[in-house]
Design a protein around this ligand. Structure first.
Ligand SMILES: [Ca+2]
Ligand SMILES: [Ca+2]
Ligand SMILES: [Ca+2]
Length: 991
């Protein structure tokens, strides 16, 4: 360098000269944690005379991974398998990184853990693009520019007359030395608690809303009737987790080992009172396991390079990190007793560290020793950082790192409701805790039948359910009810939004005395700092905030699970000395993490890689296998507010502004896609994974033409299924053909894809299904189309939108929506054998549910194309039946036909000798009257010159038959049939 060649006296002058600085846009104090405040920035006070703060400097990536992360899961997995190539491509440019380290040395700024090990206090590495440094009162301006001053000022506390709060802030934007900016330092984070959320103390500009008295949302007030359940009971009995029973007995030859789960527990780690190293943690967690009926010891690894400490909350209602930790470890170890727990304390307290959550996430994501494939956390840091700020750049990049490390991250939505405990009058969602590369988990409340009877907010619902009220039962079944309510004492009756807000006069409180400023309902709504992720757009969503500005953004949560209310979790207390009952989205989140870890075990058993970043797969499962989720439709999370006013909450005067969100049919901004049906979700995800990896060349039903239109993906016979809430004029245009698909209204309880798939569960009560038998579907027609034909649908003269087709077209169907409840489904009449690992000669599971009185029989046979042709014979040609019989698959146990299970029953069989890519068609025989029916209507009976169609598609590889000639009652549930091509792989845990 030129400088080194100068005489020593000049070099010293050059070295000590003030470098030039580059201002960082959007780097004000309010941009760090108080974006969307309507307060004026703080001012005045005095310079802070003594401080020491550790700061993350984050460099840009050498290359942009956006395209890789936007590719499908299989493409991502293929790339992520080579982690060396990933990080030489998507880490920092090594030269730029070295330049920054060198420049910091020239500036005499202390750095931490450059090139350190994975259990170092801080993560400073070219791969993480991060360099941790220390600044004090002596060199704050050296790093952040000559104008940077850290100030301290006392401001009035939110409630008049309650004193003052001390705020630490800096004026204006921060700057960086030009050498750092030139080498791509664009991200910053502070390992400190100095810079909190700055509240708006101005008088409220609106009069707000009047809240109803009492409980604000149903299903959270069972009182003494509430249930306290062991976590594994909640997982197995209410969420149908896939791995159960002897699989968890380590002495069993069937024993399964689930992978390590990382728990982000900033500061506290495994510390116990008086025991900062957590030396007593092993005994404490083993005592909990014993109380849960688990006889083996936990495998616990503590990663706390900067130490850890047991905190003391400032008040009984203050956030308690140790309680969070105990909740996390309890839920994880009880549900997945063979998963190693890796507990991350983050930077701890050594060297001026503060154990900020960012540092714990970073140590978890970069733990290349333990490599947990699933990481769960309920900790946020600096909730509202501004878009474009160096703080949000750093935070967003952290979760991209996790995706590139092939980690599945589960973050709780948070427990602050629609207001996010931020008093700006708006609905808020954290900008730092809702990454598109993390699964965001919201909260629900499960009510058993007995709990519901003790809950006055559910009394009407209980009465209606017990009286057999069909609309009520229909709603409850969509929410996961599988038994008649009268006999459902031990089972779920209803699952509602978790919401503990209670209003008494003008006081917002609950039995714990807390309200809008504490943890009482799931955070929800829309993170307006980012656009809706592609998987939400592909699901047909366009999330907007509920306030009058209707801001777009990322909808949260993605999914949800029980968070308390009428069902609490039995977990260790904060000190780990005894058990207690606890709640929160902090409980729902580790539950989801254990499910992902179980599914990873299934994936491994079937020869698949880990799930990694897989949000898109969840949304795809929601479309093609909707029974993967129970749909939550009851409750709200409303808690927006301004400071000041005539209500009180948490000892503070506030004005509720009423902007919130409610659960509703389908995806909603309180509970996301819903709560898991673990086995059905696992089947769906394995099916999607094998399909993407091994069957990418199989034609899709339809292909986008790039301008909003669609073309047929192959030569095929399409079922045209109209669903209409009133008589509708409908036409399906394929190439130059127009097929009439007009329809009368379907029956009010015509079966949905979700119900048809739910009904295939053997423990679903046939008597409950019988209440909804005989409900006619809309019109069913058929079209034979050529490869490349244009495809469109008109509904009552208007156009339709295939809003979810991107997610379903590779599974053989696509819905063209006129609106949410009026649509035409185009579906293939055959299944493609997308077998596990593309294997040949495999057994395939055939699941059935019969809701008809006749004796039925099913034959599955191989065809040559999507029109059902066999050796040149079309389905309506002479000799087809004999040709089909000659192509019939053998049934395990003998013969080539499968007997229906009988009225009301579920059944299951396997066919054998199925090769990858086989096209499989079905024939139904009504044994009672001798009629036979085909998937291709031209082969069926004609009425008035029209051939009658008998097969209705209910999602991926699932169909329902109508078993009577002439069309019968057209309920298409007489025999529901599902082909499962992947579950026999490996140990067959999902069969
Ligand atoms: Ca819902
Ligand atoms: Ca029928
Ligand atoms: Ca029926």
């Amino acid at each position: 360098m030129l400088r080194d060649s100068l005489p020593s006296n000049i070099r010293r002058t050059q070295t000590d000269a003030m470098p030039t600085y580059v201002e960082l846009a959007n780097s004000s104090y309010l941009d760090f944690a108080s974006w969307r405040t309507n307060a004026d920035p703080p001012s005045g006070g005095t310079p802070l005379s003594t401080f020491s703060i550790n700061v993350a400097l984050v460099l840009d990536r050498a290359n942009d991974p956006t395209d890789l992360l936007a590719s499908n899961w299989a493409t991502r997995q293929a790339a992520l398998a080579d982690q060396g190539a990933i990080w030489s491509t998507y880490g920092a440019d090594p030269t730029a990184y070295t330049n920054v380290v060198s420049a910091l040395a020239d500036l005499h700024i202390t750095t931490y853990d450059i090139g350190g090990t994975a259990d170092a206090q801080y993560i400073s590495s070219p791969e993480s693009r991060t360099i941790w440094v220390n600044v004090t009162q002596d060199n704050f301006t050296t790093l952040f520019g000559p104008g940077a001053t850290l100030m301290t000022v006392d401001v009035a506390a939110p409630s008049p007359g309650t004193g003052t709060e001390t705020v630490r802030y800096w004026n204006g934007n921060l700057s960086l030395p030009a050498e750092l900016a030139a080498n791509g330092v664009t991200g910053l984070w502070f390992d400190t608690a100095e810079f909190g959320q700055y509240p708006d103390y101005d008088p409220p500009p609106t009069t707000g809303v009047t809240l109803p008295q009492g409980w604000q949302s149903p299903g959270n007030s069972a009182g003494p009737a509430l249930v306290a359940a062991n976590p594994q009971t909640i997982a197995q009995d209410y969420y149908n987790f896939p791995l159960t029973g002897s699989l968890w007995d380590p002495t069993s030859p069937d024993a399964v080992t689930t992978g390590a789960i990382g728990l982000v527990e900033p500061g506290v780690g495994t510390a116990l009172p008086g025991d900062p190293t957590g030396s007593g943690f092993q005994a404490a967690i083993d005592a909990y396991r014993t109380s849960m009926g688990i006889s083996t010891s936990a495998n616990v690894i503590s990663v706390a390079g900067g130490g850890q400490e047991y905190p003391t909350p400032s008040s009984p209602t203050a956030f308690d990190p140790a309680g969070e930790r105990s909740l996390d470890v309890g839920v994880v170890t009880a549900i997945n007793p063979q998963s190693t727990l890796v507990v991350y304390a983050g930077s701890g307290t050594a060297n001026g560290a503060h154990g900020n959550g960012f540092t714990a996430y970073q140590s978890a994501f970069w733990d290349t020793i333990n490599n947990p494939a699933v990481i769960t956390s309920s900790f946020n840091y600096a909730s509202l950082s501004a878009p474009g700020s160096p703080f949000l750049i750093a935070s967003n990049g952290l979760y991209v790192d996790a995706a590139l490390r092939n980690i599945s991250v589960f973050n709780d939505a948070g427990d602050g409701g629609s207001g996010e405990t931020f008093g700006n009058g708006l609905p808020n969602a954290s900008s730092t805790h809702n990454s598109p590369y993390a699964v965001i988990v919201g909260g629900t409340s499960i009510s058993t039948a007995s709990a519901a009877q003790g809950d006055s907010t559910l009394s009407d619902l209980v009465a209606d359910a017990n009286a057999g009220d069909l609309p009520t039962l229909w709603q409850l079944i969509a929410g996961g009810l599988t038994q008649m309510p009268a006999g459902a004492d031990a089972n779920r009756l209803v699952e509602t939004v978790w919401n503990r807000y209670y209003v008494d006069g003008t006081a917002i409180a609950n039995p714990r005395g807390t309200g809008y400023l504490h943890n009482n309902t799931g955070a929800s709504g829309v993170d307006t700092s980012q656009p809706a992720p592609a998987y939400q757009v592909d699901y047909g969503l366009a999330p907007i905030t509920s306030d009058p500005t209707h801001q777009p953004g990322r909808g949260i949560p993605d999914v949800s699970a029980n968070a308390g209310g009428n069902m609490l979790y039995v977990v260790p207390n904060a000190e780990m000395t005894a058990n207690q009952n606890d709640d929160g989205t902090s409980a729902a989140t580790p539950l989801w993490a254990t499910l992902a870890s179980q599914i990873n075990a299934v994936f491994s058993d079937q020869g698949l890689p880990n799930l990694g970043y897989m949000n898109d797969l969840l949304y795809t499962a929601g479309v093609i296998a909707p029974a993967s989720f129970s749909d939550i439709t009851i409750g709200n999370s409303t808690s927006s507010f301004l400071y000041g006013g005539s209500y009180t909450s948490d000892g503070v005067d506030i004005t509720p502004t009423g902007y919130g969100y409610s659960a509703a049919s389908g995806y909603d901004l309180v509970t996301g896609l819903g709560t898991p049906n673990g086995v059905l979700l696992a089947r769906a995800l394995t099916e999607i994974a094998h399909s993407q990896i091994y069957f990418g060349s199989v034609p899709d039903l339809i292909d986008s033409n790039g301008t909003g239109g669609w073309t047929s993906g192959t030569a095929q016979t399409l079922l045209l299924q109209t669903s209409a809430t009133a008589s509708a004029t409908v036409a399906v245009h394929t190439g130059s053909d127009i097929t009439e698909a007009s329809s009368t209204a379907h029956g009010p309880y015509a079966w949905t894809s979700q119900l048809a798939q739910q009904s295939l569960q053997s423990d679903f009560d046939g008597a409950l299904l019988a209440l909804f038998d005989g409900q006619g579907q809309g019109n069913l027609a058929q079209a034979i189309v050529a490869n490349g034909d244009t495809v469109s649908v008109t509904f009552n003269g208007g156009g339709t939108v295939a809003a979810q087709a991107n997610l379903s077209t590779s599974s053989g169907f696509a819905d063209f929506f006129s609106d949410a409840s009026n649509s035409v489904r185009l579906a293939q009449a055959v299944a493609v054998a997308e077998t596990a690992n593309g294997a040949d000669d495999v057994n395939v599971v055939v699941r059935m549910r019969q809701v008809a009185g006749a004796d039925l029989s099913l034959m599955l046979y191989k065809v040559d194309d999507y029109n059902g042709t066999i050796g040149g014979l079309a389905p309506d040609q002479a000799g087809y039946a004999a040709a089909a019989a000659a192509r019939a698959y053998a049934v395990l146990g003998g013969g080539t036909t499968i007997a229906g299970p009988g009225d009301g029953n579920a059944g299951q069989a396997q066919i054998t000798g199925v090769d990858a890519g086989d096209l499989i068609a079905m024939q139904l025989t009504n044994v009672t009257n001798g009629d036979t029916f085909w998937a291709f209507s031209q082969a069926n009976e004609a009425v008035g010159g029209e051939h009658i169609a008998h097969l209705w598609n209910y999602g991926a590889n699932t169909w329902g038959w109508e078993d009577l000639a002439g069309g019968g009652d057209r309920d298409f549930n007489d025999l529901v049939v599902q082909l499962d091509f992947t579950s026999t792989a490996g140990h067959g845990w999902l069969v």
